[in-house]
Design a protein around this ligand. Structure first.
Ligand code: GZL
Length: 346
Protein backbone atom coordinates (compact mmCIF):
# COMPACT_ATOMS: atom_id res chain seq x y z
CA UNK A 1 0.00 0.00 0.00
CA UNK A 2 2.82 2.38 1.00
CA UNK A 3 4.41 1.76 -2.41
CA UNK A 4 1.17 2.75 -4.18
CA UNK A 5 0.93 6.02 -2.17
CA UNK A 6 4.60 6.86 -2.90
CA UNK A 7 4.00 6.18 -6.63
CA UNK A 8 0.91 8.41 -6.69
CA UNK A 9 2.79 11.20 -4.83
CA UNK A 10 5.76 10.87 -7.22
CA UNK A 11 3.44 11.05 -10.26
CA UNK A 12 1.69 14.13 -8.81
CA UNK A 13 5.12 15.80 -8.28
CA UNK A 14 6.16 15.02 -11.87
CA UNK A 15 2.91 16.46 -13.34
CA UNK A 16 3.17 19.59 -11.13
CA UNK A 17 6.75 20.27 -12.28
CA UNK A 18 5.78 19.67 -15.91
CA UNK A 19 2.94 22.22 -15.68
CA UNK A 20 5.36 24.86 -14.30
CA UNK A 21 7.77 24.26 -17.18
CA UNK A 22 4.93 24.70 -19.72
CA UNK A 23 3.94 28.07 -18.16
CA UNK A 24 7.58 29.29 -18.41
CA UNK A 25 7.63 28.31 -22.12
CA UNK A 26 4.32 30.15 -22.61
CA UNK A 27 5.94 33.29 -21.09
CA UNK A 28 8.98 32.89 -23.35
CA UNK A 29 6.73 32.53 -26.38
CA UNK A 30 4.84 35.66 -25.44
CA UNK A 31 8.16 37.53 -25.09
CA UNK A 32 9.06 36.58 -28.62
CA UNK A 33 5.73 37.89 -29.98
CA UNK A 34 5.95 39.63 -33.35
CA UNK A 35 5.17 43.34 -33.47
CA UNK A 36 1.83 42.54 -35.06
CA UNK A 37 0.91 40.19 -32.24
CA UNK A 38 1.77 42.88 -29.72
CA UNK A 39 -0.84 45.08 -31.32
CA UNK A 40 -3.53 42.58 -30.28
CA UNK A 41 -3.37 42.76 -26.49
CA UNK A 42 -3.19 39.37 -24.72
CA UNK A 43 -6.55 38.19 -23.28
CA UNK A 44 -4.92 37.95 -19.88
CA UNK A 45 -7.65 38.65 -17.35
CA UNK A 46 -5.08 40.25 -15.07
CA UNK A 47 -4.05 42.92 -17.74
CA UNK A 48 -4.50 46.59 -16.77
CA UNK A 49 -7.74 47.80 -18.45
CA UNK A 50 -6.29 51.30 -18.96
CA UNK A 51 -4.14 50.89 -22.07
CA UNK A 52 -0.79 52.74 -21.93
CA UNK A 53 -1.17 55.89 -24.12
CA UNK A 54 0.42 55.62 -27.54
CA UNK A 55 3.95 57.14 -27.56
CA UNK A 56 3.84 60.78 -28.75
CA UNK A 57 5.41 61.39 -32.14
CA UNK A 58 8.66 63.36 -32.13
CA UNK A 59 9.02 65.76 -35.06
CA UNK A 60 12.43 67.14 -35.97
CA UNK A 61 12.20 70.58 -37.57
CA UNK A 62 15.26 72.07 -39.28
CA UNK A 63 14.35 75.76 -39.39
CA UNK A 64 16.32 78.55 -41.07
CA UNK A 65 16.86 81.42 -38.61
CA UNK A 66 14.97 82.34 -35.45
CA UNK A 67 14.70 86.07 -36.22
CA UNK A 68 15.10 86.11 -39.99
CA UNK A 69 11.89 88.00 -40.75
CA UNK A 70 8.35 88.52 -39.54
CA UNK A 71 7.38 85.79 -41.96
CA UNK A 72 9.76 83.37 -40.28
CA UNK A 73 8.46 84.28 -36.82
CA UNK A 74 4.91 83.49 -37.95
CA UNK A 75 6.12 80.27 -39.56
CA UNK A 76 7.92 79.03 -36.42
CA UNK A 77 4.90 79.92 -34.27
CA UNK A 78 2.64 78.00 -36.66
CA UNK A 79 4.70 74.82 -36.26
CA UNK A 80 4.96 75.08 -32.47
CA UNK A 81 1.26 75.81 -31.95
CA UNK A 82 -0.02 73.15 -34.35
CA UNK A 83 2.41 70.48 -33.12
CA UNK A 84 1.56 71.18 -29.46
CA UNK A 85 -2.16 70.91 -30.24
CA UNK A 86 -1.54 67.64 -32.09
CA UNK A 87 0.31 66.20 -29.09
CA UNK A 88 3.61 65.97 -30.99
CA UNK A 89 6.98 66.50 -29.35
CA UNK A 90 8.86 69.16 -31.34
CA UNK A 91 12.63 69.21 -31.70
CA UNK A 92 13.32 72.46 -33.60
CA UNK A 93 16.82 73.58 -34.56
CA UNK A 94 17.93 76.80 -36.29
CA UNK A 95 20.66 77.03 -38.92
CA UNK A 96 21.17 80.76 -38.33
CA UNK A 97 22.42 81.41 -41.84
CA UNK A 98 24.83 78.46 -41.85
CA UNK A 99 23.95 75.75 -44.41
CA UNK A 100 26.61 73.34 -43.12
CA UNK A 101 25.18 73.75 -39.62
CA UNK A 102 21.71 72.88 -40.89
CA UNK A 103 23.06 69.72 -42.51
CA UNK A 104 24.75 68.55 -39.30
CA UNK A 105 21.66 69.45 -37.25
CA UNK A 106 19.51 67.35 -39.58
CA UNK A 107 21.91 64.39 -39.31
CA UNK A 108 21.85 64.72 -35.52
CA UNK A 109 18.04 64.58 -35.48
CA UNK A 110 18.22 61.41 -37.58
CA UNK A 111 20.66 59.93 -35.04
CA UNK A 112 18.16 60.82 -32.33
CA UNK A 113 15.60 58.78 -34.30
CA UNK A 114 12.89 61.43 -34.62
CA UNK A 115 9.70 60.04 -36.14
CA UNK A 116 9.56 62.67 -38.91
CA UNK A 117 12.07 65.16 -40.28
CA UNK A 118 10.70 68.50 -41.55
CA UNK A 119 13.27 70.60 -43.39
CA UNK A 120 13.19 74.29 -44.34
CA UNK A 121 16.47 74.74 -46.19
CA UNK A 122 18.59 77.86 -46.13
CA UNK A 123 19.94 76.55 -49.43
CA UNK A 124 18.10 74.46 -52.03
CA UNK A 125 21.15 72.39 -52.92
CA UNK A 126 23.19 69.96 -50.81
CA UNK A 127 20.47 67.89 -49.08
CA UNK A 128 20.99 64.52 -50.79
CA UNK A 129 23.10 62.90 -48.04
CA UNK A 130 20.64 63.97 -45.33
CA UNK A 131 17.70 62.67 -47.34
CA UNK A 132 19.51 59.35 -47.93
CA UNK A 133 20.34 59.03 -44.20
CA UNK A 134 16.70 59.67 -43.32
CA UNK A 135 15.54 57.09 -45.87
CA UNK A 136 17.98 54.49 -44.52
CA UNK A 137 16.76 55.22 -41.00
CA UNK A 138 13.12 54.87 -42.11
CA UNK A 139 12.37 58.51 -41.17
CA UNK A 140 9.97 60.31 -43.54
CA UNK A 141 11.62 63.48 -44.97
CA UNK A 142 9.18 66.35 -45.49
CA UNK A 143 10.10 69.62 -47.23
CA UNK A 144 8.25 72.69 -45.98
CA UNK A 145 8.28 76.30 -47.20
CA UNK A 146 11.15 75.97 -49.63
CA UNK A 147 11.52 73.17 -52.20
CA UNK A 148 14.94 71.50 -52.10
CA UNK A 149 16.90 70.02 -55.00
CA UNK A 150 15.97 66.37 -54.34
CA UNK A 151 14.67 63.63 -56.61
CA UNK A 152 11.22 62.37 -55.65
CA UNK A 153 12.58 59.08 -54.31
CA UNK A 154 14.46 61.00 -51.63
CA UNK A 155 11.58 62.76 -49.91
CA UNK A 156 8.16 61.74 -48.64
CA UNK A 157 6.21 64.93 -49.33
CA UNK A 158 6.56 68.66 -49.97
CA UNK A 159 4.41 71.52 -48.73
CA UNK A 160 5.97 74.62 -50.30
CA UNK A 161 5.34 77.92 -52.01
CA UNK A 162 5.89 78.35 -55.72
CA UNK A 163 8.23 81.31 -55.62
CA UNK A 164 8.62 81.77 -59.37
CA UNK A 165 4.84 81.93 -59.61
CA UNK A 166 4.81 84.57 -56.87
CA UNK A 167 7.35 86.58 -58.85
CA UNK A 168 5.39 86.18 -62.07
CA UNK A 169 2.31 87.63 -60.38
CA UNK A 170 4.37 90.74 -59.57
CA UNK A 171 5.74 90.92 -63.13
CA UNK A 172 2.20 90.68 -64.58
CA UNK A 173 1.03 93.41 -62.22
CA UNK A 174 3.96 95.69 -63.15
CA UNK A 175 3.27 95.16 -66.84
CA UNK A 176 -0.34 96.30 -66.31
CA UNK A 177 0.90 99.55 -64.66
CA UNK A 178 2.34 100.58 -68.07
CA UNK A 179 4.86 102.90 -66.44
CA UNK A 180 6.65 105.36 -68.75
CA UNK A 181 9.92 103.72 -67.73
CA UNK A 182 10.79 100.70 -65.61
CA UNK A 183 14.12 101.12 -63.82
CA UNK A 184 14.03 98.33 -61.27
CA UNK A 185 15.90 97.87 -57.98
CA UNK A 186 15.91 94.17 -57.02
CA UNK A 187 16.50 93.50 -53.30
CA UNK A 188 16.95 89.71 -53.25
CA UNK A 189 16.67 87.35 -50.29
CA UNK A 190 19.27 84.89 -49.02
CA UNK A 191 21.37 83.77 -52.00
CA UNK A 192 20.57 80.22 -53.07
CA UNK A 193 17.33 79.82 -51.15
CA UNK A 194 14.49 78.63 -53.37
CA UNK A 195 12.52 81.73 -52.35
CA UNK A 196 15.25 84.02 -53.67
CA UNK A 197 15.97 81.90 -56.74
CA UNK A 198 12.31 81.78 -57.80
CA UNK A 199 11.46 85.42 -57.20
CA UNK A 200 14.68 86.67 -58.80
CA UNK A 201 14.23 84.46 -61.87
CA UNK A 202 10.74 85.86 -62.39
CA UNK A 203 11.80 89.54 -62.40
CA UNK A 204 14.95 88.88 -64.42
CA UNK A 205 12.97 86.97 -67.09
CA UNK A 206 10.20 89.57 -66.95
CA UNK A 207 12.62 92.46 -67.44
CA UNK A 208 14.18 90.71 -70.40
CA UNK A 209 10.81 89.91 -72.00
CA UNK A 210 9.42 93.45 -71.51
CA UNK A 211 12.56 95.51 -72.16
CA UNK A 212 12.74 96.78 -68.57
CA UNK A 213 16.04 97.89 -67.02
CA UNK A 214 17.27 96.33 -63.79
CA UNK A 215 19.51 99.05 -62.31
CA UNK A 216 20.43 97.09 -59.16
CA UNK A 217 20.20 93.38 -58.38
CA UNK A 218 21.77 92.14 -55.15
CA UNK A 219 20.77 89.61 -52.50
CA UNK A 220 20.64 90.72 -48.89
CA UNK A 221 22.18 88.21 -46.46
CA UNK A 222 19.46 86.91 -44.13
CA UNK A 223 16.75 88.96 -45.88
CA UNK A 224 18.01 91.80 -43.71
CA UNK A 225 15.95 95.01 -43.53
CA UNK A 226 18.90 97.18 -42.53
CA UNK A 227 21.03 95.91 -45.39
CA UNK A 228 18.18 96.69 -47.79
CA UNK A 229 17.82 100.21 -46.40
CA UNK A 230 21.56 100.82 -46.75
CA UNK A 231 21.63 99.47 -50.32
CA UNK A 232 18.88 101.86 -51.42
CA UNK A 233 20.46 104.78 -49.54
CA UNK A 234 23.73 104.11 -51.38
CA UNK A 235 21.91 104.04 -54.73
CA UNK A 236 20.26 107.38 -53.95
CA UNK A 237 23.57 108.86 -52.83
CA UNK A 238 25.16 107.67 -56.08
CA UNK A 239 22.39 109.39 -58.04
CA UNK A 240 21.02 106.15 -59.51
CA UNK A 241 17.56 106.73 -60.97
CA UNK A 242 14.96 104.07 -60.26
CA UNK A 243 11.17 103.82 -60.60
CA UNK A 244 10.44 100.39 -59.04
CA UNK A 245 11.52 98.66 -55.82
CA UNK A 246 11.17 94.84 -56.12
CA UNK A 247 11.86 93.67 -52.56
CA UNK A 248 11.72 89.90 -52.02
CA UNK A 249 10.12 90.27 -48.60
CA UNK A 250 8.17 92.85 -46.58
CA UNK A 251 10.99 93.67 -44.22
CA UNK A 252 13.34 94.65 -47.04
CA UNK A 253 10.58 96.69 -48.70
CA UNK A 254 10.18 98.64 -45.45
CA UNK A 255 13.94 99.22 -45.36
CA UNK A 256 13.84 100.61 -48.89
CA UNK A 257 10.96 102.94 -47.96
CA UNK A 258 12.88 104.22 -44.95
CA UNK A 259 15.80 105.12 -47.26
CA UNK A 260 13.46 106.93 -49.67
CA UNK A 261 11.83 108.79 -46.79
CA UNK A 262 15.25 109.99 -45.65
CA UNK A 263 15.97 111.31 -49.17
CA UNK A 264 12.53 112.84 -49.72
CA UNK A 265 11.73 110.45 -52.58
CA UNK A 266 7.98 109.77 -52.97
CA UNK A 267 6.72 106.22 -53.43
CA UNK A 268 3.58 104.11 -53.35
CA UNK A 269 0.12 104.85 -54.72
CA UNK A 270 0.80 108.48 -55.71
CA UNK A 271 4.58 108.44 -55.50
CA UNK A 272 7.37 108.47 -58.10
CA UNK A 273 8.54 104.96 -57.18
CA UNK A 274 6.36 101.82 -57.17
CA UNK A 275 6.99 99.40 -54.28
CA UNK A 276 6.52 95.65 -54.72
CA UNK A 277 6.91 93.37 -51.67
CA UNK A 278 6.45 89.66 -50.84
CA UNK A 279 5.07 87.82 -47.79
CA UNK A 280 1.95 89.89 -47.02
CA UNK A 281 2.46 90.16 -43.27
CA UNK A 282 -0.48 91.99 -41.67
CA UNK A 283 1.61 95.08 -40.86
CA UNK A 284 2.71 95.20 -44.52
CA UNK A 285 -0.88 95.00 -45.76
CA UNK A 286 -1.61 98.04 -43.58
CA UNK A 287 1.07 99.76 -45.70
CA UNK A 288 -0.62 98.56 -48.89
CA UNK A 289 -3.90 99.98 -47.59
CA UNK A 290 -2.16 103.25 -46.70
CA UNK A 291 -0.76 103.46 -50.24
CA UNK A 292 2.89 103.07 -49.15
CA UNK A 293 3.37 99.62 -50.76
CA UNK A 294 1.79 99.31 -54.20
CA UNK A 295 1.66 95.50 -54.24
CA UNK A 296 2.28 92.71 -51.74
CA UNK A 297 2.41 89.12 -53.00
CA UNK A 298 1.36 86.59 -50.35
CA UNK A 299 3.70 83.88 -49.17
CA UNK A 300 1.77 81.96 -46.57
CA UNK A 301 3.82 80.86 -43.49
CA UNK A 302 1.09 78.86 -41.74
CA UNK A 303 2.60 75.46 -42.49
CA UNK A 304 1.99 73.97 -39.04
CA UNK A 305 -1.55 72.68 -39.61
CA UNK A 306 -0.63 71.50 -43.11
CA UNK A 307 2.24 69.36 -41.78
CA UNK A 308 0.11 68.00 -38.92
CA UNK A 309 -2.54 66.89 -41.44
CA UNK A 310 0.16 65.30 -43.61
CA UNK A 311 1.73 63.42 -40.67
CA UNK A 312 -1.66 62.19 -39.45
CA UNK A 313 -2.44 60.92 -42.95
CA UNK A 314 0.90 59.12 -43.10
CA UNK A 315 0.34 57.64 -39.65
CA UNK A 316 -3.05 56.36 -40.82
CA UNK A 317 -1.37 54.71 -43.81
CA UNK A 318 -3.12 57.01 -46.27
CA UNK A 319 -1.62 58.01 -49.60
CA UNK A 320 -0.56 61.66 -49.51
CA UNK A 321 0.03 64.25 -52.22
CA UNK A 322 3.75 64.23 -53.00
CA UNK A 323 4.09 67.89 -54.06
CA UNK A 324 1.61 70.32 -52.53
CA UNK A 325 1.92 74.02 -53.36
CA UNK A 326 0.28 76.52 -51.02
CA UNK A 327 -2.51 78.66 -52.49
CA UNK A 328 -1.49 82.31 -52.30
CA UNK A 329 -2.93 85.62 -53.51
CA UNK A 330 -1.70 89.19 -53.92
CA UNK A 331 -2.83 92.56 -52.58
CA UNK A 332 -2.96 95.76 -54.66
CA UNK A 333 -3.21 99.21 -53.07
CA UNK A 334 -5.83 100.03 -55.69
CA UNK A 335 -8.25 97.38 -54.42
CA UNK A 336 -7.36 96.31 -50.85
CA UNK A 337 -9.82 97.09 -48.03
CA UNK A 338 -9.55 97.37 -44.23
CA UNK A 339 -11.78 94.29 -44.02
CA UNK A 340 -9.20 92.27 -45.97
CA UNK A 341 -6.41 93.44 -43.67
CA UNK A 342 -8.43 92.76 -40.50
CA UNK A 343 -9.11 89.21 -41.65
CA UNK A 344 -5.43 88.32 -41.90
CA UNK A 345 -4.10 86.03 -39.15
CA UNK A 346 -0.36 86.79 -39.24
C1 GZL B 1 9.37 82.22 -48.14
C2 GZL B 1 10.33 82.27 -47.03
C3 GZL B 1 11.07 83.54 -47.03
C4 GZL B 1 10.18 84.72 -46.81
C5 GZL B 1 11.09 85.58 -46.06
O1 GZL B 1 8.70 81.02 -48.11
O2 GZL B 1 11.25 81.21 -47.17
O3 GZL B 1 12.00 83.50 -45.99
O4 GZL B 1 9.70 85.29 -47.99
C6 GZL B 1 11.65 84.54 -45.11
O5 GZL B 1 10.47 86.62 -45.38
O6 GZL B 1 12.64 85.04 -44.36
Amino acid sequence: MKKVISLVLALMLVFTLAACGTKDKATTTSDSQTAADKETPATDTKSDPTEAPAKALTIGVVQTNANESDWRTANTKSFNTAFDEAGFVTKMVFGEGDHAKQISQAQQLIQEEVDYLVVLGLQSAGWEDVAKSAKEAGIPFIMADRKLDLTEDLYTAMVCSDFESEGNKAVDWLKKQALPENKIVVLGGDTGSSAQLGRSKAIEDGAKANGWEIVFNQNMKGWDETLAKQAVADLIAAGTKFTVIYAENDNMARGACDAMDAAGITYGKSGDVKVIAFDANKWALEKVLAGQFNLDVECNPLHGPRIVKLINQLEAGETVEKNAYVDEEMFDTATITQQVVDARSY
